[in-house]
Structures are given as C-alpha cells and as structure tokens.
Design a protein. Structure first.
Length: 170
C-alpha cells in the first residue's frame, strides 16, 4: 500500500487518510499553574475509522491506555457508505465532464465529517460532491482547516459553473 501511495504524487495525501483508521490528539488540558502537578488531565482525540472498523479502532486505543485512564466519547458518529450510482450520480458526473472533458469523476471515501451521516441513520442516501479543480502544484489537501486554507479564483469559478450546471439539470 505504501509503495502505491508513493506513485500517486500529490494525490497520495488525499488517499492516505482513507486507507486506515487514525487517531490524533487535538486538544490537551491539565493543571492551572506551571509548578503544580495536575490532579487531572484530559486529552481530546479525533478518531476516524473505516466503515465496519470502529471496534478495531477502539480496541487499539484501549490497548494503549494506562489502567488509570478512562476513555469516553465527546462526539460519536458513524462511518457510512453509499452506492455510487443513480440519476443524481449521473448528473454530477455529467456536470463535471461538461466543464472538464478530461475530468474523471470518481467515488472516494471522505475522511471528514458530513451531514449525510445524520441522514444515513434514517435511511436517506447522500453524496458528497466536490466540484473542484485546483492546480497540481497547490498542496490543497494539506491546507484543510489550516490558517491558509484557500483555492485560486479560477478554481472557485470552475466550481460555480459545475454547481450551476448540476442544479439546472436536477
């Protein structure tokens, strides 16, 4: 898997995060003064798991915790899957191809959050749709939620054209 990722160039950053479960500490808090050992400390860990692999991630985390450490959920969500087919998918692909004949619409696993998860729990399928084309030299994937998260104006114009085309055909 790692050898295949090396061959993907900039796309590897997007693909790497969807190939395995992950857990990243994002917030750590403890103590109230520099020279006092805190009686309690907390850490928030952002865990992402592949569909069907939630227990595997939780077991791994639990195996790393000391007996004195307790794990609890701040937010607990699902990993969802949706079949990449149907009239909406056809319309999304057509909108992309109309603006970029060399484009290759493809399904992928979204490593981020989505409101579609709430709909999935009540049986409504949803699709993430990123009508985005960025220059290959822009490290867009590495910029997610960063202080310099941005896209070029031409990328925004492209996205606007694709979305307008999609909405007019649906």
């Amino acid at each position: 898997m790692d050898e295949s990722l090396k061959k993907m160039g900039p796309a590897a950053d997007l693909v790497d995060v969807i190939l395995r479960n992950s857990a990243n500490p994002t917030m750590i808090e403890g103590g109230y003064q520099t020279n006092v050992i805190p009686g309690r400390a907390t850490a928030a860990v952002d865990g992402r798991f592949l569909p069907g692999h939630e227990q595997e991630l939780l077991d791994t985390i639990d195996s790393l915790l000391l007996p004195s450490v307790r794990r609890e959920f701040i937010h607990h969500d699902v990993a969802m899957q949706t079949e990449f087919s149907g009239t909406l998918v056809d319309a999304m692909c057509a909108a992309i191809r109309a603006e970029d004949p060399d484009g290759h619409p493809t399904p992928y696993c979204n490593a981020g959050g989505t409101d579609n998860k709430a709909f999935a729990t009540i049986g409504i399928n949803g699709f993430g749709f990123k009508a985005l084309r960025v220059p290959p030299e822009l490290p867009y994937v590495r910029m997610f939620h960063g202080v310099d998260e941005r896209i070029p104006l031409e990328s925004l114009r492209f996205s606007t054209r694709v979305m307008q085309r999609l909405l007019q055909t649906c």
